[in-house]
Design a protein around this ligand. Structure first.
Ligand code: TEU
Ligand code: CA
Length: 568
């Protein structure tokens, strides 16, 4: 196994805007983050992945960058950044930066120049088209709703934006652009950044013949995905960056790649590809979502969970490494989507943590998941902030395609804002996140779901994560060990072995909120098995019947990890 620091680390994703506000403007910032590094170090975190912190007008909360080589004014200054890096490295922690190089903000100087005229030197930094018969070049719809083309009166042409019109796509065919982007990455490497997460990286190449796309039922625009995702040139661009910028092999290079999963991620992460070390996928984002956004469906453990999780686990080393995450800033909250955010909040959050921290890959704990933060169930339409909502509202509700009631129900199930509410530090005003009204409403359950309360409770979700992280670090089998799933056909229990150099661990998880039984396979030797961790008190009377038929009764969401002492 090719050992790397980023394979052995436990990472933690910080949505800086919502983490800790140090200066009372209601927005999280770097000084606030610095004040919480001891909390993260004590939890056992080695690496922080920060969502974009560069200068931005924040139409898409930092994913619309107007200056790549400075820090967003709301988050602080380059000096604050340098202090953050110094403090992290002092604590033997590292930083992964989110860089957005598929597009910029429309306020970026490059775009301001580019739109000045058709012959401006920066014109070809973006994707311009004259359009046809007074209309856009084709019927593509953007990811955020509406057309993917915006007409620019000034220069009399349309520009392409896969996301919002405030995020014009960069033209990666431009060699000058690519040189500028590589220079920018080196700027951050020189400032001490240890790794990069490259946003929407598999969209860098587009089909420049711009054909019309198929318009699916109930949609107003064509689905452009096959013309703007995973085109062959993407690999050339990524390889060029890797060769020019990351040749020393120290930094971890992660790509966000929608539409990629365990069966094809190796086209980016295969060790022979020399492109990415890991890909962030979307496999877990929509689990349990129904046909319409306002409907949920029961989770099918085999199809939704085992196929995907075990699929990622079974990949050969040559196919590359993988992240282990169940939520991020583009999803809803883990425990609300995959567990139970009411009666069994504690048990289900711990079960999901046990799966995340006993599998092969780099765990990325999303801020707040370590205390079981939930979706913002009481948000009204006005409480949502995501840029995608306004466009979608116009497109779906104003056109009567969807009722406002269903639209709001849909937001409660699918909106990204569910996972962007302020970190719940304590039960004081604004959950201890800020001394003033935050940019987005605090989840009202902060009174009883918060860090301060859980630090003092030995049975809290927080302390369960802390114990799991130390168990993971104590046993390299969880990092570099083999993975073998057991009882794949069991509809309620997910179970597997991890093994390295004769040390064998058994993980058993009842994925649902009702009791079930689980037959431990005959070939698993439970004699003198040591229970490492469980989310229930296991009575001493649990006698293992060594005659072979070993059946466990598992409580709702009950999950355990054992060290097997006599497993051949
Ligand atoms: O998301 C990327 C993204 O949403 C697309 O890749 C798309 O969803 C996927 O290809 C579908 O298969 C990133 C950020 O994570 C998100 O927060 C930003 O809003 C977006 O890019 C624009 O920067
Ligand atoms: Ca602030």
């Amino acid at each position: 196994m090719d050992k790397k620091w980023w394979k052995e680390a436990v990472a933690y994703q910080v949505y800086v805007r919502s983490f800790k506000d140090s200066n009372g403007d209601g927005v999280g910032d770097l000084k606030g983050l610095i004040s919480k590094l001891d909390y993260l170090k004590n939890l056992g975190i080695d690496v922080l992945y920060l969502n974009p912190i560069n200068t931005s007008p924040n139409y898409d909360n930092g994913y619309d960058i107007s200056n790549f080589e400075d820090i967003m004014q709301e988050f602080g200054t380059l000096d604050d950044f340098d202090e953050l890096i110094r403090e992290l490295h002092k604590k033997n922690m590292k930083l992964i930066m989110d860089i957005v190089i598929n597009h910029t903000s429309h306020e970026h100087p490059w775009f301001i120049e580019s739109r000045k005229s058709k012959d401006n030197p920066y014109r070809d930094y973006y994707i311009w088209h004259p359009g046809y018969n007074g209309g856009p070049p084709n019927n593509w719809g953007s990811f955020f709703g509406g057309s993917a083309w915006e007409y620019d009166e000034n220069s009399g042409e349309y520009y392409l934006h896969l996301f919002s019109k405030q995020q014009p796509d960069l033209n990666w065919k431009s060699i000058k652009l690519r040189e500028d982007i590589k220079k920018m990455i080196k700027f951050w490497i020189n400032r001490g950044v240890d790794g990069f997460r490259m946003d929407a990286i598999n969209h860098l190449a587009k089909d420049f013949t711009f054909p019309d796309a198929e318009i699916e039922e109930g949609k107003a625009y064509g689905n452009f995905i096959k013309y703007v995702q995973n085109l062959p040139e993407v690999h050339e661009y990524i390889r060029e960056i890797r060769e020019d910028v990351f040749k020393d092999g120290y930094h971890v290079v992660i790509g966000e790649t929608g539409g990629i999963s365990y069966h094809n991620a190796s086209i980016y992460t295969g060790t022979s590809r020399k492109e990415l070390d890991m890909t962030f996928h979307f496999d877990m984002n929509g689990i349990g979502f129904g046909k319409n956004s306002w409907e949920k469906r029961p989770i099918d453990l085999i199809a939704d969970i085992k196929e995907k999780m075990s699929g990622w686990q079974r990949r050969d080393e040559s196919e590359g490494w993988c992240p282990l995450f169940y939520s991020n800033h583009d999803s809803t909250r883990t425990v609300s989507r995959l567990g139970s955010d009411n009666e069994y909040l504690n048990e289900s959050a711990k079960m999901l943590a046990l799966l995340q921290l006993t599998q092969k890959g780099t765990p990325f704990i999303y801020y707040g998941d370590e205390i079981g933060m939930t979706n913002a169930k009481e948000f009204s339409l006005e409480d949502f902030r995501d840029i995608a909502i306004a466009t979608r509202y116009r497109e779906l509700v104003e056109t009567k395609l969807v009722s406002e009631e269903n639209f709001l129900k849909g937001l409660h199930i699918t909106s990204r804002d569910n996972s962007r509410t302020p970190m719940q530090w304590d039960s004081s005003d604004n959950s201890g996140f800020s001394c003033t009204k935050p940019w987005i409403k605090v989840n009202s359950n902060y009174k009883y779901i918060n860090v301060e309360q859980q630090l003092q409770d030995k049975d809290s979700i927080l302390n369960f994560y802390k114990n799991l992280i130390s168990i993971r670090k104590a046993h390299p089998a969880f990092i570099y060990g083999s993975f073998k799933e057991l009882n794949h056909e069991h509809k309620e229990v997910y179970s597997y072995l991890r093994e390295l150099e004769g040390k064998c661990f058994l993980v058993i998880a009842n994925f649902f909120g009702k009791t079930t039984t689980y037959k431990i396979p005959h070939n698993i030797v439970m004699k003198e098995a040591e229970l490492l961790i469980s989310n229930y008190e296991i009575g001493e009377d649990v006698e293992f019947d060594y005659t072979g038929d070993l059946e466990l009764k598992l409580e709702p969401y009950e999950s355990r990890a054992y060290l097997l002492k006599n497993q051949p």
